[in-house]
Design a protein around this ligand. Structure first.
Ligand code: IVH
Length: 679
């Protein structure tokens, strides 16, 4: 279209019409992309629409509307935030910490309502973010504010407008309502949080302690451009004033909001009948907590019926119809008593913080690895410091940061010693390596770790050979290498402190039983750096025997699929060392490795041992064949998805099992991936 400077009414009407259409389409695709995570058009088609809108608005600046998708970031930074009074106070929730407290809450609510039937609840994740309120007038976002003290909050409208999951305009019935007040949580995913902190670290800026702090910091920026770059997300969980009628239940209210284009967290929420089902979903949320992309600190349980909610009413600061059912915190503050040095199998010196015991996420923690000197320097962790520690999911605890405000005046930076704490030999940090290593290959600490690994479950599996016993055997000089285990006599063991005949002969029995071992377990048990179970199995399958692996050159191993140059060099170097060769020659005389030409699968652990599969939808191969493939590899097939399911295999037209899987955070794979896995 050619445009003249004197735009005629006709022209303006045509342009306005096109602008409207473009905006509706872009909003629709934004919603599909950002909220539902299922775009219908390609990025370049989207870009074309967006650029067309930008171009038209540039030519007709008077036709720009505040709810246009181009206006997410606009205007000048604020000087300070204005105060906003919420039309209805934003309340908080009463906390409960145990299942019994929930059972009491359920009984109390039913009594107050005078009902003997079971109550229905909605159980939602309690997002650990920042509470906000959005106000829409005639479907257009006019104001967004923080919770503040519950009565008055701060006006952060320009910042909230930059958040892609917040609609600037409501759709459907929402567009026609005079006032809609939505409440919900602004949050940051763990991955966005990690990326932000890494970026800040590189720029020399202080990092944020957790995603909630990062969210609060990002929201309270005077310049909305900064907020825009932080990848904040929004999910609604409740409402303030809404003109027009409401549905009868909270669950339907969530659906009602969804229809207006407002994102709600239905995926991980559940409608539950009675307190038993409610507790079940609470436990499911607790179980999937480490696998959720965002942090939650509990579940929120709400009475589903809005009529019942009205009857139950409010206390001063919180409703009587809902509770926050909290999980154990995953962070805690404690004090480093001292820093110990552990010596690993390869002589690596690993600093470990020994801390005053503290409860974190339901377990007592008193140790945390500090990894290496660089990590200690980066966080400046010192003995006697107060520290914030955290357990992220199932991983070992880590020190997040030091609370320097509590540091003792005479504390000194910590340096890993230059000598091995066990054998006093020199410990050296070679170029390019992160850790210092004890240079004495017969260091007793290294030997103990070598034996421990050799005897472990997935290696030679010698039952009853625990840490204490290994220490005694090494310190007494009875064991100087794994091969010595096989010449131990009853009388040797009986000479050890607190060793009864019964346990001594039991141990000898398990040592004897470990003599017959598959080649891959044997190879893994040697504790070669970088050789885990998978690499050991790959090497044995490709080369056929331990002896062949011992003779192989790095170049030959590198040609094996799955073996990289570092692994190949590590294996070659290990077997070139004459002390290792002598020890292995002795060991090979003591053990029996069944010939590799016989079916290796009889001896190696089956790859899918213990794994549980569920199929949904139509697969191209018959179900019976799919089941046989799983079972051949040691797995099993179940009919329904539970928290114990490992994989859900998705065929054509998958059913509700797929929803259940995503609810529980269970891995779903395509049929092709399944075929590859069970090949
Ligand atoms: S409902 C009347 N649902 O938790 C209470 N709140 O102490 C309405 N929160 O700051 C709140 N997830 O922002 C509700 N699924 C959820 C929630 C949730 C997180 C926050 C809320 C408030 C605090 C309550």
């Amino acid at each position: 279209m050619t445009l003249s400077s004197n735009n005629s009414d006709d022209e303006l009407a045509t342009v306005t019409g096109e602008l409207d259409k473009l905006r509706v389409r872009i909003r629709h695709h934004d919603y599909l992309y950002y909220v539902l995570d299922s775009p219908e058009i390609t990025d370049s088609d989207y870009d074309r629409l967006y650029r067309r809108l930008e171009d038209l608005e540039k030519q007709y600046p008077d036709l720009i509307t505040p709810d246009s998708p181009t206006q997410r970031v606009g205007g000048v930074p604020a000087e300070k935030f204005n105060q906003v009074r919420h039309s209805e106070p934003m309340l908080s929730l009463a906390n409960i910490f145990s299942e019994q407290e929930f059972v009491d809450f359920d009984a109390r609510s039913r009594k107050a309502l005078g009902i003997s039937d079971e109550l229905s609840y909605v159980v939602e994740p309690k997002l650990d973010g920042v509470a906000i309120e959005l106000v829409y007038n005639e479907g257009v976002l006019v104001s967004g504010s923080t919770r503040g003290d519950g009565v008055t909050g701060e006006d952060v409208t320009p910042n909230l407008r930059t958040i892609r999951t917040i609609p600037l305009r409501l759709v459907g019935v929402g567009a026609g309502l005079s006032v809609v007040e939505i409440r919900g949580e602004i949050f940051m995913t763990r991955s966005d949080f990690d990326a932000l902190n890494q970026e800040r670290d590189e720029l020399g800026l202080p990092s944020f302690a957790n995603p909630r702090n990062a969210t609060a910091g990002s929201l309270r920026q005077l310049d909305p451009k900064i907020t825009a770059g932080r990848g904040l997300k929004f999910l609604a969980h409740s409402v303030g004033r809404i003109d027009g009628g409401l549905p009868e239940t909270h669950w339907d209210l969530l659906g009602y909001l969804e229809e207006m284009g407002i994102p709600v967290n239905k995926m991980h929420s559940k409608w539950c009948k009675g307190h038993k089902e409610t507790l079940d979903h609470y436990r499911s949320l607790h179980d999937i907590r480490p696998r959720l992309p965002y942090e939650i600190d509990g579940a929120v349980v709400k009475v589903d019926s809005l009529e019942f909610q009205k009857q139950l009413g409010f206390k001063t600061r919180s409703p009587r119809w809902a509770v926050a059912f909290k999980f154990e915190p995953l962070q805690a503050v404690t004090r480093v008593i001292r820093i110990d040095i552990g010596v690993g199998r390869t002589g690596s010196l690993t600093p470990v913080a020994i801390m005053e015991p503290v409860q974190v996420g339901g377990v007592t923690v008193s140790r945390a690895t500090l990894h290496n000197q660089d990590e200690i320097d980066r966080k400046d962790i010192r003995e006697r410091d107060s520290v914030l520690i955290q357990r992220a999911g199932d991983v070992i605890p880590e020190v997040v940061r030091v609370l320097t405000e509590f540091r003792l005046p005479d504390s000194r930076p910590y340096r890993i010693p230059d000598h091995c704490p066990v054998c006093q030999s020199l410990a050296v940090r070679l170029e390019g390596q992160a850790v210092k290593r004890c240079q004495n290959i017969s260091c007793p600490a290294r030997l103990k770790e070598t034996i421990k690994h050799f005897a472990s479950r997935n290696a030679l599996d010698i039952e009853g050979l625990g840490d204490k016993l290994i220490s005694l055997l090494v310190d007494d000089g009875l064991v100087t290498s794994p091969a010595d285990l096989y010449v131990l006599q009853l009388s040797d063991l009986m000479g050890l402190p607190r060793m009864a005949e019964k346990s001594a002969s039991k141990l000898l029995g398990s040592i004897q039983r470990s003599r017959v071992v598959s080649a891959d377990r044997f190879l893994y048990g040697l504790g070669i750096p970088l050789v885990g179970e998978f690499v050991a199995r790959t090497l044995v399958e490709a080369l056929g025997s331990v002896e062949r692996v011992m003779e192989a050159e790095a170049e030959e191993m590198e040609r094996i699929f799955g073996i990289g140059p570092e692994v190949a060099t590590s294996v070659e170097t290990f077997f070139q060392e004459s002390r290792n060769r002598t020890m292995i020659a002795k060991l090979l005389k003591a053990v029996v490795i069944p010939s590799q030409t016989r079916d290796l699968r009889n001896f190696v652990e089956k790859p899918l041992q213990g794994k549980s599969f569920v199929f949904t939808g139509t697969l191209s191969l018959p179900r019976s064949e799919a089941k046989a493939r799983v079972e051949r590899m040691g797995g099993r097939v179940a009919g329904s998805v539970s928290s114990r399911t490992d994989y859900v295999v998705k065929g054509e037209d998958p059913g509700s099992k797929l929803d259940r899987a995503s609810e529980l955070g269970i891995r779903t794979i395509s049929e092709d991936q399944f075929l590859e896995l069970t090949e």
